[in-house]
Design a protein around this ligand. Structure first.
Ligand SMILES: [Zn+2]
Length: 340
């Protein structure tokens, strides 16, 4: 098969790879319909995360089940499936409490890499969700978004306590931040304020439900948000970047007693204890347990209630994955979909 491999910083190649096979009785092999490049793939791509050996890339996937292991019961060949980036058994005590990304059996869901023609999916029963029927082609991007960025933005909105009467701030205008806006809207938030400087992203945020856009960053951005909220700050803020600046902007934009849902992969963030102590802000986040909400998200997409697929503003064939990475690295694209 053809698959995407990162050899060194900014050296991404689509090359011949071994066809994945069933290795464990709990595995499935899927034929990808589409896959995509994640903002988190840019950390190793840019050399921020070390690449010491060739790394098969990709953890977002939708496709049709080709083959299942002997113990797999919940999905069967021919079904169209979506899954999350971490595999989970969905039966342990941690999974049952809604934290599938901390499953006691957690492992990479697509160890062979999902930016490929085929992928081996681990713990298939607990990881994959099948659609009711074969989705229309135009639903594929939305279902693919559910695999990670929608589920992640949704978790951020849930833990930021988005709901009726609430003002929710969103730090980060990448795919997760934008879909955090969509999630906050679906959860009933009254006012949704996104920090963004880029007109195309501002427009998509408004389409997804943002009521206000703040172009300032850092303390200036915090001051603007406080102006909009009677000096108090937002009830909750979704942090979807993962840097020191974005994390502090999220905490400082949140009112006393409010909630920060941090879902940007944390890089070099150090929290000042005393400021946190005085802030009365709740912090909760981490790798989003996408599997918790995946069945509900799949239904919302298949019923055409939401269309998170709009975050893909560049579509390329798998063979052109390198250009997909470049476009996201240079911020020419919000998110690249790769058709397989
Ligand atoms: Zn589990």
């Amino acid at each position: 098969m053809r698959g995407t491999v990162l050899h060194a910083a900014r050296d991404i190649r689509v090359e011949d790879r071994p066809d994945p096979t069933i290795e464990q009785p709990t595995d499935a092999v899927i034929k990808l319909a589409a896959t995509c490049v994640c903002g988190s793939d840019l950390w190793p791509y840019r050399g921020v995360d070390n690449v010491d050996k060739p790394m098969p890339m990709g953890h977002e996937y939708v496709g049709v089940v080709e083959e299942v292991g002997a113990d797999v019961r919940s999905v069967k060949p021919g079904q169209f499936v979506v899954g999350s980036f971490f595999a989970s058994d969905n039966t342990c005590e941690i999974c049952r409490s809604g934290y599938q990304t901390a499953c006691v059996r957690r492992e990479s869901a697509a160890p062979t890499g999902a930016q490929a023609q085929y992928a081996r999916i681990t713990l298939a029963d607990g990881t994959l969700v099948a659609t009711r029927e074969m989705p229309d082609d135009d639903m594929v991007p939305g279902l693919l978004a559910a695999s990670d960025v929608l589920g992640t933005g949704w978790f951020g909105a849930v833990v930021a306590h988005a709901g009726p009467g609430k003002t929710i701030g969103v730090v980060g205008d990448g795919a997760v931040g934008l879909l955090g806006v969509l999630a906050a809207k679906q959860l009933g938030a009254e006012r949704i304020v996104i920090f963004s400087r880029r007109p195309t992203r501002q427009a998509l945020a408004r389409e997804f439900g943002a009521t206000d856009v703040i172009e300032e960053r850092g303390d200036d951005g915090v001051a603007r948000l406080k102006d909009l909220t009677g000096g108090l700050g937002a009830h909750g803020v979704i942090e979807a970047v993962g840097t020191q600046e974005s994390m502090m902007q999220a905490i400082r934009s949140t009112r006393a007693g409010g909630y920060v849902g941090y879902v940007g992969v944390s890089h070099g963030v150090e929290l000042p204890g005393q400021e946190l102590f005085r802030s009365h802000v709740h912090l909760h986040g981490g790798p989003a347990p996408v599997r918790r909400v995946l069945p509900a998200l799949v239904d919302l997409i298949c019923d055409r209630v939401i269309d998170p697929g709009k975050v893909f503003d560049l579509e390329l064939p798998l063979e052109e994955a390198a250009e997909g990475y470049r476009a996201m690295d240079e911020r020419r694209a919000i998110k690249t979909l790769l058709r397989v």
